[in-house]
Design a protein around this ligand. Structure first.
Ligand code: BGC
Length: 781
């Protein structure tokens, strides 16, 4: 970001104390004004799936009230929609509600990876995959900012649990950070430039994210070109001076009288370079300017706020985010005829569970209950009976409630059981300890199934629940997540077939918690959580271990069917010249008799690689809407980065030449078509030294000839010594060269190793110099 002349002028006029004050809020939700220079305060509010503007009592825990606002589906449902256009529209609607309430920055979206299904805040996050999280994050930010309201991309970074979240150190290796945990942030920052990024509470590899120079400055600004402002999570700053120095611009809420005094003292003592403070101040001024330009009276909203339309949008999105997990004998959609009875069972049908607890809690403008919506939507002559079946928030059986429900179910044509997690099970602030639905609900379900074989389950929960113990009692399961204030209407639409399910799992549903790749390393202990599964997060881990799952990543059924044909992948350009492009196309046809949407998923795998790679990784997706019988061509573009891994040796993205598998399909385990592409790429030299193993030396195309020459050849011209003995090579190939040099009779001595290292260094420093034509030149004395 370059400061404008006006900002530079203001900077010159601000006293040191005023500059320090600007780097803190003035209260819970406002930046600090400087009245004498006409710098106003702007308001920020939570987020992310609705506006939580607190006009009076302020808190970040979801305790005090907020103005009514549309409660859109939470990210758990938005993520499962895989619909970037729809998420962009939600962003626009959120932006408009903020504009109407004069809120300048909405604190969202949250795009942290769902590393474990236990994370208490998974309902606020999109996916276990960075492409889904990133693409939906881009759409959300663009939508909000198109209305002149800033986004706050959070929580940067590696905030994947609630346990000890204010202190825990997420100990993550660089490769997993780059490929999994930072990748979504990178996508959103580089493509959508959010006005602000919110740092997380936790430490990353031992350093608080709020004072992490590598995260906040080197990567975020240096590599990704972020030009906006970094705001702390609420209370995440521990050393304000270090935080300013490392790129944390705005502390919220303000530690008034402490942080500002520390900044002033540090500048005066020379501990903090004033230019670093100035950089933070300019970013605050820029944010205030941006907000002012958007909010100026001569730029009113182009049309009045239409809360009914927003409720309608919330219903549409809830419909698109629901995932039809199973549908035996096509029991759904319900096709009730006059005289039929639908038994609606479950307190959730009357008392909806539609959002999670904590700072994201919205005060909805209205609230649909599925029971009312179903009653309003069924044809004349269809009865919708009801029994609560269980009390929310209890796990014990209420025998009278259960008996009544079984009785009602026994007399119905079809039973729709609304099950889910009680609010007390999932919230910001703590993690879950298991994946189970309350026992009284699953026991009730079994009883319902013995009274009536036509049982449909509708789920309301913000993060994955285990199905393995009870799903045999349901012919269909519709996972609706925490789907906002219009969840009830959306459920009715889906059950009755007014909307065809098109949600797809953005997270794997494991059979057991123990199968989850993070299981042995979650949530850590003694202040550390070790991300021991590395890059094998979610489906990457289940697939690598060939684990059975209840429902795989990307899964979701429809009331119609889709056929895939004509997969083609074409490579153009070259990696060496920086213009490698792979274009992938296929045709998708709606082969059923109702309109429907398919999420076409593109996965790439690198079967032969020098490092462990996932079997397949999602690289692109597209949601297409097809009339019965209609066909569309779906096109995707991939580039070198999509085929690369992060090398912890070269500290960069590496693409290795060879064959890559490209597949398209309806889920990570329902791949319909596959092909492969051959990609050329220059060898990326790995730094070689005396401690590099013989195998590593031989794997380097430039150094290998010199090593071979050093060992020499026998009379018949074959490699001499260990290089001529494959069995021996297998045994000592992992010995460092300098260790081998210490063994007598190996044909190698320390001075030769030294020379090889020097030569390898020269080759590494001059990558464009071709290796010598005659290996003996490098290897000879
Ligand atoms: C949460 C943030 C939220 C902030 C303000 C924090 O506790 O982690 O997501 O935006 O409070 O309410």
């Amino acid at each position: 970001m370059t400061a404008t002349a006006k900002q530079l002028e203001l900077l010159g006029e601000l006293t040191l104390e005023e500059k320090a004050s600007l780097c803190l809020g003035s209260d819970f939700w406002h930046t600090a004004p400087v009245d004498r220079l006409g710098i106003p305060a702007i308001m920020v509010s939570d987020g992310p799936h609705g506006l939580r503007k607190q006009p009076v009592e302020a808190d970040h825990l979801g305790l005090s009230g907020s103005v009514p606002a549309t409660c859109f589906p939470t990210a758990s449902a938005l993520g499962s929609s895989w619909n970037v256009d729809l998420v962009r529209r939600v962003g626009e609607a959120l932006g408009r509600e903020c504009r109407a309430e004069r809120v300048s920055v909405l604190l969202g979206p949250g795009i942290n990876i769902k590393r474990s299904p236990l994370c208490g805040r998974n309902f606020e996050y999109f996916s276990e995959d960075p492409v889904v999280s990133g693409e939906l994050g881009v759409a959300m930010v663009q939508g909000m900012q198109s209305q002149g309201v800033g986004a706050s991309l959070k929580h940067y970074a590696a905030n994947n649990q609630e346990t000890d979240r204010l202190r825990v150190s997420a100990d993550v290796d660089d490769r997993s950070l780059r490929e999994i945990y930072l990748a979504g942030f990178e996508r959103v920052v580089t493509r959508a430039q959010p006005w602000t990024v919110m740092c997380s509470y936790n430490k990353v590899n031992g350093t608080y994210a709020s004072q992490h120079p590598w995260l906040l400055t080197e990567v975020l600004r240096g590599e990704w070109g972020f030009t906006g402002l970094v705001v702390s999570d609420w209370g995440a700053v521990h050393d304000r001076v270090a935080a300013v120095a490392t790129g944390l611009d705005l502390e919220m809420p303000p530690n008034l009288g402490v942080s500002d005094a520390q900044i002033v003292a540090a500048v005066r003592s020379g501990e903090l370079d004033e230019s670093l403070l100035d950089a933070a101040v300019v970013r605050v001024l820029e944010l205030v300017d941006r907000a002012g330009r958007a909010d100026s009276p001569d730029r009113p909203l182009d049309r009045p706020l239409d809360l009914d339309a927003h409720h309608g949008l919330a219903r549409q999105v809830a419909g698109e985010g629901a995932v039809l997990l199973k549908n035996d004998d096509a029991i759904l959609p319900l096709r009730p005829a006059a005289g039929d009875t639908i038994a609606v069972i479950g307190e959730f049908a009357r008392t909806p569970r539609y959002q999670g607890a904590g700072s994201s809690q919205v005060n909805p403008t209205r609230l649909d209950a599925a029971l009312d919506e179903l009653r309003a939507a069924v044809p004349d002559g269809v009865e919708v009976s009801f029994a609560a079946g269980f009390g929310i928030g209890t796990t014990d059986d209420d025998e009278a409630l259960a008996a009544e429900a079984v009785d009602v179910a026994g007399r119905a044509t079809t039973v729709v059981a609304f099950l889910g997690l009680p609010a007390s099970d999932e919230s910001e602030g703590f993690d879950r300890t298991h994946l189970d639905l309350p026992a009284n609900q699953t026991e009730l379900l079994a009883a319902l199934a013995s009274a009536n074989r036509n049982v449909v389950v509708v789920l309301a929960n913000g993060s994955a629940v285990a199905l393995a113990g009870w799903e045999q009692h349901a012919q269909a399961v519709l996972e609706c997540w925490l789907s906002g204030q219009a969840a009830g209407g959306a459920a009715a639409d889906l059950l009755l077939g007014l909307v065809n399910p098109s949600g797809r799992l953005a997270e794997t549903l494991p059979r057991r918690l123990q199968d989850n790749p993070s299981y042995l390393n979650f949530p850590g202990e003694a202040g550390h959580v070790r991300y021991g599964e590395g890059i094998f997060v979610g489906y990457r881990g289940y697939d690598a271990a060939d684990q059975q799952v209840s429902y795989p990543f990307g899964h979701g059924l429809s009331y119609t069917s889709f056929d895939y044909a004509g997969l083609a992948a074409t490579v153009t350009g070259s990696h060496e010249l920086g213009d490698l492009a792979i274009s992938v196309t296929c045709r998708v046809t709606n082969t059923g008799d109702v309109p429907g949407k398919e999420v076409v998923q593109l996965y790439v795998g690198d079967p032969v690689a020098s490092v462990a790679r996932p079997v397949r990784e999602l690289k692109a997706f597209a949601k297409v809407d097809l009339a019965p019988g209609a066909t569309t061509m779906v096109s995707f573009g991939l580039d070198a980065r999509d085929l690369s891994f992060w090398s912890t040796v070269t500290h960069g993205w590496v693409l290795e030449a060879g064959e890559f598998c490209v597949s398209v399909g309806a889920s990570s385990r329902d791949l319909r078509l596959a092909t492969s592409v051959e990609v050329d790429a220059p060898h990326v030299p790995v730094p070689l030294d005396g401690m590099s193993t013989l195998r590593e030396w031989l794997a380097d195309p430039v150094a290998a000839p010199a090593v071979r020459a050093a060992f020499g050849t026998d009379e018949s011209g074959k490699p001499a010594g260990i290089l001529g003995d494959d069995e021996l090579l297998r045994v000592i190939g992992d010995f460092p060269l300098s260790t081998l040099a210490g063994f007598p009779g190996m044909g190698l001595d320390h001075s030769r190793v030294l020379r090889l290292v020097e030569q390898a260094q020269v080759a590494a420093d001059n990558p464009t110099v071709a290796p010598p034509a005659d290996p003996a030149v490098l290897g000879s004395d």
